[in-house]
Design a binder for this molecule. Structure first.
Ligand code: AKG
Length: 269
């Protein structure tokens, strides 16, 4: 719906509500190419030891029933997909996507995160309500995440839900994000969960959201998987501020601008 808004209204909607939907961002062929690549990554994970999987940022679904994968690992998430896959590296710089990210953040763009969220049929676990910036060593907390639906996503298979306008609440504490299937999305009694808005998406559509918006997603209770590609972007005005014991420097890919460089190393200062 918000995809059809003129550029200025898209920006205003995002600033006021903290999210924006881009319908039909990918065409059917692009969605199919991503589905094929997800198959390839599963085959790759199947040939890895547990140690190789965790080093390679492949996470198993913690709440899958025994035998659920029928011989294949039941994956919940793959981090740093840019390193594992040319398809998902290119997707992070998709021109239709970057046009909107640039509208919100400007022309110089770095990538904080490239992730695949895989909610397998019947087994995908819930994500409790949280604000991404509460977990990220980046200041100010004003990154933009996109969640690109690679399968149809709806309340039954655990689509994302947001609390519109909650990016203006300020940073708060949320605790553990992974939830058991029968747990509520938050234990906090001061959060009115009736304000949560489910954001169903057709495969190929995308949800952009502010790194302070309160969001989460329910379990996958359907016979259909829910696959999404997540990327988080930031402009060079956002600094790296790691906590104690964390690396003092971090190198981030550049996805647009910054004089054509391919990466930038930020230091804690
Ligand atoms: O895709 C989902 O189900 C939730 C992902 C999410 O909330 C996150 O990674 O911050």
């Amino acid at each position: 719906m918000t995809a059809t808004l003129p550029a200025e209204e898209k920006r205003t909607f995002f600033e006021e509500q903290g999210y924006l939907v881009l319908e039909g961002m990918l065409d059917e062929d692009e969605v199919e190419a991503c589905a094929g690549e997800i198959e390839r990554l599963h085959a790759l994970a199947a040939g890895m030891s547990d140690e190789e999987r965790s080093k390679g940022s492949f996470q198993l679904e913690p709440h899958a029933a025994p035998g659920a994968g029928e011989g294949r690992p039941v994956l919940r998430k793959i981090e740093r997909t840019r390193r594992h896959s040319a398809v998902f590296r290119d997707l992070s710089a998709h021109p239709r996507l970057l046009a909107t990210i640039r509208l919100l953040l400007g022309d110089d763009l770095l990538l904080f995160r490239s992730t695949l969220m895989l909610k397998p049929a019947h087994h995908g676990s819930a994500h409790g309500l949280h604000q991404d910036s509460a977990y990220w060593p980046m200041e100010p907390p004003s990154l933009v995440t996109v969640s690109i639906a690679l399968t149809d996503s709806d309340p039954e298979n655990g689509c994302i839900q947001v609390i519109p306008g909650s990016h203006k609440w300020g940073m708060q504490r949320w605790g553990r994000i992974t939830r058991q299937r029968d747990q509520p999305l938050t234990d906090r009694e001061d959060v009115d969960t009736s304000q949560c808005r489910q954001v169903p998406l057709r495969a190929g559509s995308a949800l952009l959201f502010h790194s302070l918006i309160v969001h989460g997603s329910g379990p996958n209770n359907s016979p259909r998987p829910r696959h999404t590609a997540l990327y988080a972007y930031f402009p060079p005005t956002v600094r790296y501020r790691p906590g104690e014991g964390r690396p003092r420097e971090m190198t981030f890919p550049v996805v647009h601008g910054l004089g054509g460089r391919t990466e930038l190393t930020l230091s804690a200062d």
